[in-house]
Design a protein. Structure first.
Length: 74
C-alpha cells in the first residue's frame, strides 16, 4: 500500500523496520495497532486492484461527499 499512498519512499517503513518496532513495543508491554485514515487515504492505497485483475478493492476512492459514500448520516 505504501507504493500508492505514501508521499515518498522515504516516508515509509520497511518490513524489517516494522518488525523491529513491534518487537521493541512487545517487550515493553505495548501493543502496536496500525491506523488507516479512512475512507480517503485508505482508498488510495487500494488503487492497484483493477491492474492486478482483482477488480475494485475499495468503493470509496476519491469519492464525495463522504457522508453518502461511507453510510454516515448526520
Amino acid at each position: 500500500m505504501a507504493e500508492y499512498g505514501a508521499y515518498s519512499t522515504r516516508k515509509t517503513y520497511t518490513v524489517e523496520e516494522m518488525k523491529e518496532l513491534v518487537e521493541y513495543a512487545r517487550i515493553r508491554g505495548v501493543k502496536v495497532l496500525p491506523e488507516f485514515d479512512a475512507p480517503a487515504h485508505v482508498g488510495n492505497g487500494w488503487e492497484w486492484g483493477p491492474a492486478a485483475g482483482l477488480g475494485e478493492l475499495a468503493v470509496c476512492i476519491n469519492k464525495g461527499p463522504w457522508d453518502q459514500v461511507s453510510g454516515v448520516h448526520n
